[in-house]
Design a protein around this ligand. Structure first.
Ligand SMILES: [Mg+2]
Length: 372
């Protein structure tokens, strides 16, 4: 096998604006996203791309400066390694730094991109193969009046979305109940419906919400703050529990699956540390027929591409959808490749090789830092 070594690690920063001004969740709202892109340059000049983009500093225990600090810790340890061995590169990162997997995630994704380029294959093919070349997306309806949310959901379903998430937890419980009732009444019964409180409910609120809406087929997505909260409400709520923010490690996810706590997951690739650990999560979920999404926390085309490749490698019966920041982002970074877009609730898999996306590096300016 021809030698291939990581010769340089270049780190870029971009600001991504939220279209329409604000993205609102129960625990935070964001107007700008600080995203970090890692470029791995190999000894033969091939470039691999990865990205990590925390959804602001309070959505979960991640922040942009933390990602870049983690990359600074691990970058020297991966120089000289073969990027076609993402498991070996990952172990070198773990030996250099404990935790902060959302920073390591960008490097891991860049290794998969380089592997694909080296082998002339799509990342989805390296992950086991693409079960489909077009994957479903879903939409998060932000807090508004019940009538406005129902109208938005109706419009989305008519456009092609089969999965609607209603953001809850930011207002009174009665407003949440009225809103979810209005949305459920407005969409066809086969629509996958979720009430996503983004950690915003107390145990009591989650139980009361669920019991008040017990006649509606929906799932509770991350109703409460901690994993312990969810163990406490399990058996007292009337709906399946989908963990999102608390699904933050392979160990937690294994426990949540084996104990029967979680009936689904909102999965973020960077939260578990990249495509390498996410492949394990995918297989755990498949073994117990647990549905899940494959998303990340905002980002641009590079991050979206990693989500779509992973999602394509998931069994369609398990993969419920992939959220990408387009069309919520009004200004991403310049790219040469076609943008990854959400068209009527569906996203096309890039053709590759690797992730199949190419940044316009000439328009990006100088990197923040280069490790060599
Ligand atoms: Mg969520």
């Amino acid at each position: 096998m021809r030698a291939m070594k990581i010769a340089r690690v270049l780190v870029y920063q971009h600001d991504l604006e939220v279209a329409g001004g604000l993205y609102e969740m129960s625990t935070s709202e964001v107007a700008n996203l600080d995203t970090t892109v890692v470029v791995l340059e190999t000894s033969d000049g091939t470039l691999g791309f990865g990205e990590t983009c925390p959804l602001g500093p309070t959505y979960q225990p991640q922040h942009a400066l933390g990602a870049r600090a983690a990359i600074a810790e691990v970058a020297p340890a991966i120089l000289g390694l073969d990027p076609r061995q993402p498991g070996v590169v990952y172990e070198a990162m773990n030996q250099a730094l404990s935790g902060s997997v959302y920073g390591k995630s960008a490097i891991d994704v860049a290794c998969w991109d380089l592997s694909g380029k080296a082998y002339g294959a799509r990342v989805a093919d390296l992950l086991g193969g693409a079960h489909r070349d077009r994957i479903p997306s879903y939409y998060g309806v932000m807090p508004a009046s019940p009538e406005a949310c129902a109208a938005k959901a109706t419009e989305l379903v008519a456009a092609g979305f089969g999965r609607i998430q209603v953001k809850c937890g930011a207002r009174s419980l009665n407003e949440d109940i009225d809103t979810v009732r209005a949305v459920a009444a407005a969409v066809p019964p086969q629509t996958l419906l979720l009430a996503d409180a983004n950690r915003g409910w107390t145990q009591r609120q989650a139980i009361n919400f669920s019991q008040a809406t017990r006649d509606i087929a929906l799932a509770l997505e991350q109703p409460c703050d901690s994993l312990a909260d969810h163990y406490a409400i399990a058996g007292k709520v009337c709906h399946p529990i989908f963990l999102d923010e608390s699904a933050d490690s392979i160990a937690n996810i294994m426990d949540a699956v084996s104990s029967g706590l979680a009936q689904g997951f909102g999965m973020k690739i960077s939260r578990v540390g990249g495509l390498t650990p996410m492949a394990t999560v995918r297989d755990i979920a498949a073994a117990r027929r647990i549905p899940h999404t494959v998303d990340d926390t905002w980002g641009g085309d590079i991050l979206a591409a990693s989500c779509v490749h992973m999602a394509a490698s998931c069994l369609p019966s398990q993969h419920e959808g992939t959220w990408i920041s387009e069309p919520y982002t009004s200004r991403a970074y310049p790219m040469i490749s076609s943008p990854i877009t959400n068209t009527d609730g569906w996203i096309d898999l890039p053709s590759g090789p690797g992730l199949g996306v190419e940044p316009d590096l000439g328009a990006w300016g100088e990197p923040l830092v280069t490790y060599s």
